[in-house]
Design a protein around this ligand. Structure first.
Ligand code: NAP
Length: 295
């Protein structure tokens, strides 16, 4: 086994168990992040990765209360399919149509979505208020939907979705427009990039996986980025994607995806424990885990 870490807090009969359901799950950094947070606050809790095949999701979710699990994260490919298996949805999760966090309250499973709010928190911690800024969202998948819904409710009123699959982009734009009728939401194909003005300010968000592999093409041509733009990427590994490095050279501000990963975890931790999460400990743990992955 390549990645070994110590659980220094002893596991006893009093230990409370949290975890994450997904498949694949071995890449997840959430166990390290939450274990470090529990340890830092001296809470008698552990956090475990559960590789749950889609065929077993219903049974796995059905076992959460009988086994006494205390809180869960949900990741790919279950964020949407878990919806129908829960007792209640938080309004944000219902609007987004996906769940990444389950709270267990009096034996009831309550679905939350902290992905979009985590993204927004990563902007706020950099003193960026996206309200009033035009936004270009590249990609139209699950993460794009969570981020877009949250941004619209944070005051963004002009959003362009650029997707390789225009139909998918238009479907997302239609859903978003229905949720926020006063906002201007449209979809354009990625080939229309030349028509976008470079004059800032503008918030560009890459929600595609392009940039995870060094051989990937850019998700958005750097030559079209303006120096007054804010360019963010949801990808957290590498910490700075080629898009962010190119945008930095142009003079744009850049926001790496690690902040979203951190803050979706911070918000989940708060929901489960009602404690103030040790944000710096969680951030340092993620940065260290990313460095370890490289070596
Ligand atoms: P997803 O649902 O599969 O959506 C991916 C989107 O990217 C789709 O619109 C897809 O287009 C598009 N895409 C994929 N390959 C592409 C390519 N070669 N060229 C152009 N577009 C392409 O995935 P997701 O869950 O939204 O995740 C997207 C990214 O966000 C991943 O890199 C993930 O790691 C990251 N993420 C980060 C965080 C965080 O905490 N920082 C949280 C969630 C996700 P099609 O629909 O045409 O396939």
């Amino acid at each position: 086994m390549k990645h070994i870490f110590n659980i220094s807090a002893a596991v006893t009969g009093y230990t409370k168990v949290f975890g994450i359901f997904g498949k694949p799950i071995s890449h997840s950094l959430s166990p390290q992040m939450h274990l470090a947070a529990f340890q830092s606050l001296g809470l008698p809790c552990i956090y475990l990765p559960f590789e749950v095949d889609p065929r077993h999701l219903k049974k796995a979710v059905g076992s959460v209360v009988p086994l006494g699990l205390q809180g869960l994260n949900i990741t790919i490919p279950h964020k949407q399919s878990v919806l129908g298996l829960l007792d209640e949805l938080d309004p944000a999760a219902a609007k987004i149509g996906a769940v990444n966090t389950i709270e267990i309250r009096s034996g009831r499973l309550i679905g939350h979505n902290t992905d979009g709010k985590g993204y927004l928190a990563s902007l706020y911690e950099n003193n960026i208020d996206p309200g009033g800024m035009p936004v270009i969202l590249v990609g139209a998948g699950g993460a794009a939907r969570g981020v877009a819904v949250t941004l619209l409710f944070a005051g963004v009123s002009d959003m362009t979705i650029m997707a390789r699959n225009l139909k998918k982009g238009e479907a997302l734009a239609g859903d978003l427009g229905a949720l926020s009728p006063k906002s201007k939401v449209s979809a354009v194909s990625i080939e229309k990039v030349q028509t976008i003005s470079k004059d800032g300010p503008l918030l560009l968000i890459n929600t595609t996986p392009l940039g995870m592999d060094e051989k990937d093409p850019f998700p958005f041509p750097p030559s079209q980025i303006g120096p007054g733009w804010i360019v963010s990427d949801l990808i957290y590994d590498p910490y700075e994607t080629p898009l962010l490095l190119a945008a930095k050279k142009i003079g744009a501000r850049t926001i790496p995806g690690l902040g979203m990963l951190l803050h979706q975890g911070v918000l989940a931790f708060e929901i489960w424990t009602k404690e103030k999460p040790p944000v710096d400990v969680m951030r340092k743990t993620l940065l260290k885990a990313l460095t370890t992955l490289k070596n």
